[in-house]
Design a protein around this ligand. Structure first.
Ligand code: HEC
Ligand code: HEC
Length: 355
């Protein structure tokens, strides 16, 4: 059994900040703010990618509500381990009870673009984004964030272990968060195991697999079999596409970012790892079930000018897959072989404040 080192927070300054924020009219601090420090193993866990001490600090930051302006929200409030690192809501509630305008995706270490509109180049670029985002954590005053963290007695040692000195600055916060996020490489799925003979797909799952890689063209965009740079079988998602959800999109996705109408309605191709557990689906969480997703591709694609060529027939019209009920059920069964249930229990990713 691993000895635990219990680090206690003073919590004093964060309480002061909370009152301060209240005076500014921000009243939504929840009663569930962190009051004690994290419980950590004496020797850092072994993380698959990179520096264990940085990842350990990143884990604490990820779950620390002190990173939000009113101490009410952490990254883990929306990216919940029990929900495969999303939250099963169409939109998520951030600081000040505001709703996000897009569905919370799961977290998966990947090189290449992230977010529904593909804006972040890598996890280091994105890590402070949610902290500063007014809907998510609303802490844009980074020097104030650093001084708040400096006042919590568990951070100096964690920063020292990670960086050699206990100085807290925003680039270190970003680097540590990124180091943690870079370890989300779950890929011990039934599908991956079947490739090395460690699991056997059922006849129905095999039928779905043949459709996924064949007639239904799913693998043309969702490269679940690509070892890419991460080597875990979910290598490439570095592309976006318009899949004809609507003839006119309310959220233009990549088009909103680039201002280029040929990008309208284009969204990042999401990783399908654990997709069984990440409902609801799509950038706006419009589909509650995988059956609805499959029916979209089967018969409901809309003729948007930017609709991807792979989803058009020879006449340029939205493609109809004409799947039978058995085909549709098989595709769903196959999608469920892409789950790695260790994501729910792996201590290295759990909330250290929850013990
Ligand atoms: C209020 C809910 C909320 C909080 C808090 C939050 N996120 Fe997110 N996260 C989202 C939403 C929504 C998106 C998708 C946003 C978009 O694409 O426009 C997202 C996207 C991401 C992605 C990209 C995933 C992908 O595959 O593209 C990562 C990584 C991420 N968040 C990490 C974090 C980290 C680290 C923190 C804490 C510093 C955090 N999030 C805090 C809701 C949240
Ligand atoms: C042209 C590329 C393309 C093809 C082909 C394609 N997809 Fe997608 N898929 C996407 C994009 C892009 C999204 C996100 C769209 C959005 O949110 O607006 C997506 C979203 C999804 C989602 C939702 C994931 C989530 O986390 O919300 C599932 C499930 C899915 N696709 C399964 C499939 C299946 C099954 C097939 C084959 C029948 C398929 N896709 C074919 C590009 C594609």
């Amino acid at each position: 059994m691993k000895a635990k080192l219990i680090l206690m927070a003073t919590g004093l300054l964060s309480t002061a900040m909370f009152w301060n924020c209240q005076n500014k009219g921000i009243t939504n601090a929840t009663p569930s703010q962190n009051t004690t420090g994290p419980v950590l193993p004496e020797k850092p866990y072994d993380y698959p990618n990179g520096d264990d001490n940085k990842a350990t600090l990143g884990r604490v930051l990820f779950y620390d509500k002190n990173l939000s302006i009113n101490n009410g929200v952490s990254c883990g409030s929306c990216h919940k381990q029990e929900n495969a690192f999303c939250d099963n809501m169409q939109f998520s509630t951030g600081t000040h009870q505001r709703l996000t305008d897009r569905n919370t995706p799961s977290i998966f270490s990947k090189v290449g673009r992230m977010f529904w509109d593909g804006r972040a180049g890598n996890s280091a670029d994105l890590a402070l984004g949610p902290v500063k985002n007014p809907v998510e954590m609303d802490f844009s005053d980074l020097p104030a964030l650093c001084s708040r963290l400096s006042s919590l007695d568990y951070y100096p040692l964690l920063f020292k272990n990670a960086f050699g000195t206990s100085r807290i600055d925003s680039s270190r916060i970003r680097e540590a968060l990124a180091a943690f996020v870079n370890n989300f490489t779950f890929s011990d799925t039934k599908f991956n195991k079947s490739k090395s003979g460690k699991a056997v797909l059922t006849a129905q799952e095999n039928q779905g697999k043949d459709l996924f890689f064949g007639q239904a063209l799913c693998a043309q965009c969702h490269h679940i079999d690509d070892n890419g740079s991460t080597g875990n079988g979910y290598g490439v998602a570095d592309t976006d596409a318009n899949i004809g959800l609507d003839a006119t999109y309310k959220d233009q996705g990549r088009g909103k970012l680039t201002g280029n109408s040929s990008d309208n309605g284009k969204f990042m191709v999401p990783v399908l790892l654990n997709v069984e557990h990440t409902a609801p689906y799509m950038h706006d969480g419009r589909f509650k079930t995988l059956e609805e997703v499959v029916e979209h591709y089967n018969s409901k694609i809309q003729n948007h000018p930017n609709l991807d060529f792979r989803l058009r027939d020879f006449n340029g019209q939205p493609k109809k897959l004409n799947l039978t009920d058995s085909d549709k059920a098989a595709l769903v069964a196959f999608l469920k072989t892409l789950s790695d249930n260790k994501i729910f229990t792996d201590q290295r990713f759990s909330d250290p404040f929850a013990n």
